[in-house]
Design a protein around this ligand. Sequence first.
Ligand code: GLN
Length: 506
Amino acid sequence: MREKTAFELASLIRERKASSPEITRAFLDAAKADMAKPADDPTKINAYASIDEEAAMAQAEMVQKKIDAGEFLSPVAGVPVALKDNMCTSWGTATASSKILGGFRAPYNAGVVSKMREAGLIFLGKTNMDEFAMGSSTETSYLGITRNPWDLSRVPGGSSGGSAAATSAGLAPFALGSDTGGSIRQPCAFTNLTGVKPTYGSVSRYGLMAYGSSLDQIGPMAKDARDAAVLLSIISGKDERDSTSVMEEAFRVCDILHPEKTGAENTGMSGKRIGLPKNYFDQPGISQDVQACVYAAAETFRQLGATVEEFELPLIDYAVPTYLIVACAEASSNLSRYDGVKYGYRSPAADDIHGVYYKTRSEGFGTEVKRRIILGSFVLSSGYFDAYYKKALQVRGLIRRAFDEALTRFDMILSPTTPTVAFEIGGKIQDPLAMYLADIFTTSVNLTGLPAVAAPCGFGEGGLPVGMQIIGRAWEDPALLEAAAHYQRATDWHTRRPAAMAEGAR
Ligand code: GLN
């Protein structure tokens, strides 16, 4: 059961071959078995920050009753799902894997959570992440590292590493992550999953703990393009409580869900123009196996009828520095709310109001978060605002223009998601610059607001997964998922599962 996609599990429920409570129980038991392992057990995946067994089972019983009564909630009604620990729910805790939010219980549900409840999805729990979504390896979590189910000595990526590890190890059928500079796509690439960074403004950020508000989007992480599509269609669409939510209606993805009914199966990719940014492929530090796998994917798209053409996509050297300035500036402002008064942790050592702020923040935030708050405060300070922050906003505009221009000539841009396969635990955590530079292919997408899909396209060094990235025009998220779905009908990379799926949860 744990190897199946969400769509397959939903079919079992509809055909009365399994019930929602049975399926939920199977995933909860596997998640609990992993959580019960001691922290130093090298086979512990540590995908979850918390699970809420009672709430999940009660919800599964309730949804099953509705299904039995003939109510149609969604194509995946009754299927369980995991949430990244930075999304608010009116039950359980939400801590962004930070000490400063230890034990925090939100008083309301995030916009995406309300939509998922209506769709009859069952919430298993919250997944581990880099503290406040700052990181690329899930090593900055206050709750300890998460391991990559494909190789337990490697990182699962980050910051949504817990959602990736849970989905890939069969501890959840699929999950939600958040992506500010690659945090959905990079972990998907490292764990053989399909994920989407949706167009900015298509998915509500209400109840998502803000990191870089002009960059953050919630999106799906799944075993294939069809599961990602159905989850995206559920969470997208207008939410009055988020003033940047601008899409009136949810994305329609019928062609991806039912190609047999719509004939989409056979039309393939003919007529689609794919641009291959040549200069992305000769970046320093990019590994040959990643190059080869993404070039091979381009060839597959050509066989499916697309035209593929190489071109230069300028400004790539500016993507990471611009992203860091914008993200840290916004983070320094967003994280000022954690002051020991309003939420979570308060230092017991403080004896006056300044002490409460100073000691709470000194003790409550981890090193990476402090680094980014300091960097952000610096680039916003009066003497440096023009030289750094304002300049970054100007460069952001230029990057956006370069992508818009490319996307008038091409329907989509195909690139690697990451320069290498998953790296070793401990491999980059002492060298923040090396860690940041590995986000070279993902950060421009957030700066431009455009949608991008990450999807499996082969295996490289050490038998580890490689992911491609398909970037498209604003609001054309379904077209990108359709391309991934066409690719997945022609290939079987996405169907491979890690050995830890069978073993890890014992
Ligand atoms: N890895 C990137 C960073 O460290 C992106 C994080 C994210 O998307 N939340 O900031």
